[in-house]
Design a protein around this ligand. Structure first.
Ligand SMILES: [Zn+2]
Length: 454
């Protein structure tokens, strides 16, 4: 049993009001809300750091199982209750611990926001303290863990938001958020850009909804809806015993983003080539332009990003190609229930001393391969397919038909694999993909070496 997770984004419409977007007052309220929540988070981080001994407190309890008094670490919920008692003014406790009154610093902060902020702070301070303890044990000067920062995206628990997406009219779909408008906490309606993907995903029965997160960046805002699904999948060791096992192997490359081969009973049933449709060349042209601009303007200033939009475009190209390729891989897996997905452990495709723009392009091609690998794993797992990483050694050098070492010949359309022993001629990426199956079943070159005796 495992759990698959995915996130669906619901962008808030912050466009011009004439076009149905939110007005500037509403936008300012979002920024003010995040600011208040960050301030409250930093307040509680300071509070917990000042009371660090409380976090490592042991509480005693009576164990029914062992019929004796035992001790355990204090739980996050107990810390939450304790922190509220220390910082929140009530009629019974008019003066909580001196100096730490949250009610006067953040008047009328809704208690749900307060609790989510406290929970965040507990997590951050706990991880900081344990990282620091580990660092102190090493006795090195380097690697001191950073002070916990307050910036984060607030989680919207029940009671801080309501969705109104049922309406068929696009213009009347909105989300209501409890936000701070500079004076008080009020409910404000924000128009959203609801897509059919979002609707489809929110109605799928198998997926369980979690509390959304408000993600605010410089130019846009969106709600991220995490969902989880219980997955029943066989263990790989079990599957490997099955003589009818179907394996789906993927070879990731530059121009052929993915070559997918499906094998059963030692025969290849299906092959899918996912090409990049000229992405590599397209990205290279942009990077050439960027490299030239950087060269003309001297050294790039550290921490400052010039040509922002073009960089963003290049990133989007990669992200989009990664999701699409991963989807094709997951679709092939979905056709063969119970199959196992095989990837090579990623190796870097090196750029050999070429121009700066070529090296930058190669770097992004490697990033893309990493992303395809990651997304395909996630998407396949949501469909119940488990992924195995196999030994990549020699998958592109050995013949997939006879197992001898062959040659790769560069041609205009790509690379050809040629085996001088059996005369096999085939697309080099296809040859690599078929070898991934051999590597999984430990055939030929990938046989475990016998240990030398005596
Ligand atoms: Zn051969």
């Amino acid at each position: 049993m495992g759990q698959a997770t995915r996130t669906t984004k619901l962008p808030l419409d912050l466009g011009k009001r004439r076009d149905g977007g939110a007005n500037t007052g509403k936008r300012a309220a979002l920024a003010a809300t995040v600011e208040v929540l960050n301030a409250a988070r930093s307040f509680y981080i300071d509070f917990f750091l000042a009371h660090a001994e409380k976090l490592s407190e042991r509480v005693s309890y009576y164990s029914e199982k062992h019929l004796e008094l035992r001790t355990r670490a204090i739980s996050a919920n107990e810390l939450l209750t304790w922190a509220e008692a220390c910082t929140v003014e009530t009629k019974e406790h008019p003066h909580p611990s001196s100096g730490w009154t949250v009610t006067s610093r953040f008047p009328h902060l809704p208690f749900i926001y307060r609790r989510s902020v406290i929970k965040d702070a507990i997590g951050k301070v706990r991880s900081y303290l344990s990282n620091r303890a580990n660092w102190q044990k090493t006795g090195k000067r380097k690697g001191r863990p950073g002070w916990p920062g307050p910036a984060d995206h607030p989680t919207l628990y029940q009671g801080t938001y309501t969705l109104h997406l049922e309406s068929t009219e696009v213009t009347s779909r909105f989300v209501q958020l409890k936000v701070y408008d500079g004076k008080a906490w009020v409910w404000v309606k924000y128009p959203v850009r609801c897509s059919r993907y979002f609707e489809q995903r929110s109605h799928e029965q198998a997926w369980e909804h979690k509390s959304p997160i408000l993600v605010l960046s410089q130019h846009d805002a969106s709600l991220h809806f995490p969902q989880t699904k219980e997955i029943k999948a066989k263990k790989v060791m079990e599957s490997k015993q099955d003589p009818d096992l179907v394996t789906v192997a993927v070879d990731l490359n530059v121009r052929n983003l993915a070559v997918i081969t499906v094998r059963q009973h030692g025969r290849i049933l299906e092959t899918v080539f996912v090409t990049d449709h000229g992405l590599d060349a397209h990205r290279y042209r942009h990077l050439k332009y960027l490299a030239k601009k950087q060269w003309l303007s001297g050294k790039p200033v550290k921490g400052e990003h010039s040509n922002q939009q073009l960089w963003q475009h290049v990133d989007h190209l990669n992200e989009d190609a990664a999701h699409k390729t991963a989807r094709s891989i997951a679709n092939v897996c979905a056709k063969y229930p119970g199959c196992v997905l095989l990837f090579e452990r990623l190796r870097k495709i090196k750029a050999h001393g070429e121009s700066r723009s070529r090296r930058m392009n190669r770097k992004r091609a490697n990033q893309l391969r990493g992303k395809i690998n990651q997304y395909a794993k996630q998407k396949a797992y949501a469909g119940g397919t488990v992924t195995v990483e196999v030994n990549p050694h020699g998958t592109s050098q050995y013949c997939a038909r006879c197992g001898q070492k062959g040659k790769r010949i560069k041609l205009k359309w790509g690379k050809l694999f040629w085996c001088p022993h059996c005369g096999y001629e085939v697309n080099a990426d296809y040859n690599g993909s078929v070898n991934v199956h051999h590597s999984f079943f430990k055939q030929w070159h990938w046989q475990p070496r016998l240990k030398r005796s005596g």
